[in-house]
Design a protein around this ligand. Structure first.
Ligand SMILES: Nc1ncnc2c1ncn2[C@@H]1O[C@H](COP(=O)(O)OP(=O)(O)OP(=O)(O)O)[C@@H](O)[C@H]1O
Ligand SMILES: [Mg+2]
Length: 260
């Protein structure tokens, strides 16, 4: 297990080099350099429209980009997105991506689907032991065991966000990208969310976290990168970035932000 806290000693798991993403005339991400170290919780923050989700979409090969994105020493460019889980990269979505007509169990098993179609099918047929075990462990990890047979449609939003985390984690990725896990979550559930994100990190999954909840970000992150208008404006420890004048200005300039 790597030592958390001494983040300078950690190996670079993900290296984003000179990333630029354009949508017509809009430069959503501009010459971004970003390093995520193995074993850390790394927050990517910034006002609405700063380009955070677009960075995730570039990693997932969902948008055209220039520059390089390396994961564990491998260039991701051109990799079909369904192969990302197989090499150890998963994500959640800013807008919840849950199938309402499926159960909690089935929604989580989708996280194994992309890893191996045949394993997914055999699980559905009730044949494979290993996925069943992985599912049981994952349900337990996220406190969802009792809800496994429940249909997603009847569950509260906060629970569905946890189901989405469980889906992203069931394959035990080396890197998980979380896009606003706290959005729409009641304050009373945020402590549990922090604990589960830390638990994912402690279980060996590096976390790249996009989040507007600054209390959560500053509490659980090992390092923070701040974007504004597509560009990196600051990076460092939570204490360093929260004392940075450009960061304060960027946030003060933001009148409101949607919790979408
Ligand atoms: N598919 C797209 N087509 C056109 N423009 C897009 C697309 N995706 C994002 N953009 C634009 O790129 C910019 C960055 O958007 P992005 O969604 O990455 O911001 P964000 O930092 O995730 O913001 P938020 O905190 O509101 O989620 C915005 O101006 C947005 O309108
Ligand atoms: Mg976003």
């Amino acid at each position: 297990m790597l030592t958390i806290g001494d983040s300078t000693a950690l190996e670079n798991l993900t290296e984003i080099d000179d990333l630029t993403v354009r949508f017509g005339g809009v430069v959503a991400v501009k010459s971004l350099n970003l390093t995520v170290k193995d074993g850390e919780i790394h927050a990517l923050i910034g006002p609405n429209g700063a380009g955070k989700t677009t960075v995730f979409n570039a990693i997932f090969q969902l948008v055209p980009y220039t520059g390089g994105i390396q994961f564990a020493g491998r260039e991701l460019r051109g990799l079909p997105r369904h192969r990302l889980a197989g090499i150890g990269v998963t994500r959640t979505f800013q807008n919840l991506s849950i199938f309402p007509s499926m159960t909690v169990r089935e929604n989580i098993l989708v996280g194994l689907h992309s890893k191996s179609r045949s394993r997914f099918i055999s699980e559905l047929l009730g044949l494979a032991r290993e996925p069943r075990q992985q599912l049981a462990e994952t349900l337990d990890f996220f406190g969802l065991t009792a809800l496994a047979p429940a249909y997603a449609a009847v569950l509260p939003y906060g629970t569905l966000k946890t189901v989405e985390l469980a889906r992203a984690f069931i394959s035990h990725p080396r890197l998980v990208l979380l896009d606003e896990p706290a959005a729409g979550i009641p304050t009373s559930e945020k402590g549990a969310l922090k604990a589960v994100i830390r638990k994912m990190r402690d279980a060996g999954t590096t976390v790249l976290l996009v989040e507007h909840d600054m209390e959560l970000v500053m509490d659980i992150s090992d390092s923070v990168t701040v974007m504004d208008f597509g560009e990196k404006i600051a990076e460092g420890t939570p204490a360093e970035v929260s004392a940075d004048k450009r960061v304060v200005d960027a946030y003060l300039g933001e009148e409101t932000h949607a919790t979408s």
